[in-house]
Design a protein around this ligand. Structure first.
Ligand code: CP
Ligand code: NVA
Length: 329
């Protein structure tokens, strides 16, 4: 059993393959416990603060329900003095006096790093410009539930904006766990060169081939998992026109799933997804650009290949595992 007490989760880079596997297995155990109707005391007496600079459904609810299930209390913080009238250092020192753990979702990786540096308590990254590590734990847990193959014998293809937070974290997770990873994307949206090189070097040690491919139909050949995310991440809303032009050929369709050659290929998406026009933004995009679907077709989203709601549920079990493993004395 890994001892993660007191550790922060700022990026998956900070965790070994064994520690990541341990958290996934622990989450599977906690899921079974919840299914059996059992609540616990793993976080009894703990106070946790959830800081959100950006919108969230899954991450906020996952942290709250996970905390309540195991006996912790939470504060949801959106409008604080942090960074406006009070430095990150001073804010972190104050929060460290009140709380036992901090979740942060926001614009800059530097902010979550500063919270960890100055608070003296575990800090969990709930999404920044660079990374979304708790998402990937849920994605890999879901893969484990659906496939009998070990991670080291699988290929995951991320199709779309391959330099965003989710793609970066998936690439790190894959490199750590020895899973082949291909970013299927246009040249302009390739992963950051330094991160790609670092993960290719790590992959050479773990047995993971980490690559980029501009033709998505070539990229998905032999895929076990096809993953996509929104074309425009939170904070980049002025980029829709540019991204639609760049990424329309990368929309995940049934033909793309068939091009994997794998009848059991899994489709993953971190959500929220633009697979229809049942949203305000979806309708606005439809009126401006005539698209009824963006990164994935409704057909794929609702198909038997899609495990997106299992991933969403598993956010809660994996986040519970992270908090219980790191926030214990
Ligand atoms: N996947 C994810 O992080 O969802 P939310 O933005 O709803 O938290
Ligand atoms: N890349 C997306 C992920 C949302 C969960 C974003 O940052 O908006």
């Amino acid at each position: 059993m890994a001892n993660l007490a007191g550790r922060s989760l700022l990026t998956l880079k900070d965790f070994t393959a064994d520690e990541i596997s341990y958290l996934i297995d622990y989450a599977i155990e906690l899921k079974a416990k919840k299914r059996a109707g059992k609540r616990g005391t793993l976080l009894s007496g703990k106070n946790i603060v959830l800081i959100f600079e950006k919108a969230s459904t899954r991450t906020r609810c996952a942290f709250e329900v996970a905390a309540f299930d195991e006996g912790a209390q939470v504060t949801f913080l959106t409008n604080s003095q942090m960074g406006k009238k009070e430095s990150m250092e001073d804010t972190a020192k104050v929060l460290g006096r009140f709380y036992d753990g901090i979740e942060f979702r926001g614009f800059k990786q530097d902010t979550v790093e500063a919270l960890a540096k100055w608070s003296g308590i575990p800090v969990w990254n709930g999404l920044t410009d660079l990374y979304h590590p708790t998402q990937i734990l849920a994605d890999f847990m879901t893969i484990k539930e659906y496939s009998k193959k070990p991670f080291s014998e699988m290929k995951l293809v991320f199709v779309g904006d391959a330099r965003n937070n989710v793609a970066n974290s998936l690439m790190i997770g894959a490199a750590k766990l020895g899973m082949n990873f291909t970013a299927a994307c246009p040249e302009a949206l390739r992963p950051d060169h330094a991160l790609l090189t670092e993960m290719q070097k790590l992959g050479a040690e773990t047995g993971a081939v980490i690559s980029c491919e501009s033709d998505p139909f070539t990229a998905v050949h032999g895929a076990d998992i096809i993953y996509t995310d929104v074309w425009v991440s939170m904070g980049e809303e002025d980029k829709f026109e540019e991204r639609i032009a760049q990424l329309k050929p990368y929309q995940v369709t049934m033909d793309m799933l068939k091009a994997s050659g794998n009848p059991d290929v899994i489709f993953e998406h971190c959500l929220p997804a633009f697979h229809d026009i049942e949203t305000e933004v979806g309708r606005e995009i439809f009126s401006k650009y005539g698209l009824t679907e963006m990164e994935v077709t409704d057909e794929v989203f609702r198909s038997k290949h899609s495990v997106v709601f299992d991933e969403a549920e598993n956010r809660m079990h994996t986040i519970k595992a992270v908090m219980a493993a790191t926030c214990c004395s």
